[in-house]
Design a protein. Sequence first.
Length: 211
Amino acid sequence: MEQGNLFVYDHPLIQHKISLMRDKHTTTKEFRELVSEVATLMAYEVTRDLPLEEVEIETPMAVARTKVLAGKKMAVVPILRAGLGMVDGILSLVPMAKVGHIGIFRDPDTLQPIEYYCKLPEDIAERDVVLMDPMLATGGTAAAAVGFLKERGITGIRFVCLIAAPEGVRYFQSKCPDVPIFCAALDERLNEHGYIIPGLGDAGDRLYGTR
C-alpha cells in the first residue's frame, strides 16, 4: 500500500512474521531472526527503483544483452542500537553495500536530539543510503538522523522501519518530505509514554535480551 512517500507492506510473509514478532512469548533468538528476515523481505521493495544499464555478456551458449545495476552504489546506516538488528537482513540481499552507524540520544533537559556517535563510509555522499530503525514512534530520532546525514552532503536517503505510528509518520513527513518511508506495519497510535500501540514493545530490549 502506497500513500505518497509512505509505503506500507502487505506481503503475506511479512505480515505473518510481524505477527510473530509482536507476540510477547517470542524468544530473543526468534525475535532477532525475525527482524533480519523481515528486513530481507523489505529490501526487495526498497531497491525496486534502482537504475539499471544494459551490458553485453557471454553465456555458455551465446552472447546476451542483459541488465546490471547502474548509478550510485548503496550504503546502509542503522540508528543505534536497535537498527543493528536489520543490517544483516539487508546485506544478505545487497552484500556489496557499505555500512555506517549513527547514534542519537535526547538531551533530558532540552529534549533536543544529540548525535553521540557517527561513523560513515568515506564515499557515502556518492551512495544511496538506507537509514534503518525498527520503530518509528514520535519520529523525532529518525528525522534528526536524516538531518545529521544531510549536513554531511548525503542525498538519496530512504528510511526503513518495521512498525510505525501515525503520529511519527506525520512528524517525519513534515520534517523530511523528500525521504520515502518503508514500513512493515502502520499501527494505531502512541500511548502517553510514546510507545507504539499495539506495537511490539522495545525493539532494542527484545533484540538483545536486556529486559
